[in-house]
Design a protein around this ligand. Structure first.
Ligand SMILES: NC(=O)c1ccc[n+]([C@@H]2O[C@H](COP(=O)([O-])OP(=O)(O)OC[C@H]3O[C@@H](n4cnc5c(N)ncnc54)[C@H](O)[C@@H]3O)[C@@H](O)[C@H]2O)c1
Length: 254
């Protein structure tokens, strides 16, 4: 029988920022497609969260790490390499934060935080994953970009700069790594109802304005990320290199 090209059985995946929100939606989707998923999060309850997947009969473990801290990232890489004996097939760089200030007041310490987590840690972990994958001759790196990689917002200068960077980082890595068997792509979520957006959802005027602009006429949910993540993690996307796949209810088309 022909193998299902979306089947992830036997693949090892890591998803950062997967205690909740979009990372959780992707981790659950990858596990449901058959992968063993290591959930990484700064929230120490991530291990219990992985337990929720095991309770569904899926393969998952949790690891706590603060990806803002370079030393913690070094420790995390060593722990994952040991756990997987170097066989990392799928790396999803998803952890991210939002800090909002008007551009004239944006404090440098908040700029540094957003850039460190949303851009620098993504490169750090993607480079590490790529080295392991090149040795295996195959691998999939998926970064979480944003509709803000293309369309900028207000009060979010550091976030938009980082997400624009994710799109270019993804393309550049893809240009160098595609011939070595490593696919590097990113997903651009639109407006998703997760805790990162509490401020927007609670601002009635902005919420109404934004909802009006979404052709699907609803905000996305974490589960909406699963299909795109499975596709980009699977053999079905072996000839898909350096793209940004919007999962945005049509937002970027307006
Ligand atoms: N929600 C949206 O509308 C939206 C839209 C576009 C892009 N995104 C991107 O999607 C990704 C996930 O966002 P979300 O909406 O699920 O946010 P969220 O706040 O719901 O979840 C983020 C997760 O990352 C973890 N995290 C935060 N700081 C961390 C750190 N220092 N180290 C390790 N883990 C950390 C959090 O604990 C949390 O589990 C982010 O990169 C975000 O920029 C979100």
């Amino acid at each position: 029988m022909k193998r299902n090209p979306f089947d992830l059985t036997g693949k090892n995946a890591v998803v950062t920022g997967s205690y909740q929100g979009l990372g959780w939606g992707m981790a659950e989707g990858l596990a449901q497609a058959g992968a063993f998923v290591i959930l990484v999060d700064v929230n120490p309850e991530v291990s219990q969260k992985a337990g929720q997947l095991r309770a569904q009969g899926l393969l998952a473990e949790g690891l706590c790490a603060d990806l803002l801290e370079r030393a913690d990232r070094t420790r995390l890489k060593a722990a994952i390499e040991e756990r997987l004996s170097g066989k990392l097939d799928i790396m999803v760089n998803n952890a991210g934060i939002q800090i909002r200030h008007p551009v004239l007041e944006f404090p440098m310490e908040d700029w540094d935080k957003v850039i460190e987590l949303n851009l620098t840690s993504v490169f750090d972990l993607a480079q590490w994953a790529a080295r392991l994958m090149v040795a295996l001759g195959k691998g999939k790196i998926i970064n979480t970009a944003s509709v803000n990689s293309l369309a900028a917002g207000v009060y979010t200068v550091a976030y938009c700069a980082a997400k624009g960077g994710i799109m270019q980082l993804t393309k550049t890595m893809s240009n160098e790594l595609s011939s070595l068997g490593v696919n590097v792509n990113c997903i651009a979520p639109g407006y998703m109802a997760t805790p990162i957006n509490t401020a927007l959802v609670e601002d009635e005027k902005r919420f109404a304005e934004l909802s009006q602009r979404i052709p699907a006429k609803r905000w996305g949910q974490p589960q909406d990320m699963a299909g795109a993540a499975i596709y980009l993690a699977s053999d079905a996307s072996d000839y898909v290199c350096g793209i940004m796949l919007p999962v945005d209810g049509g937002y970027l088309g307006r």
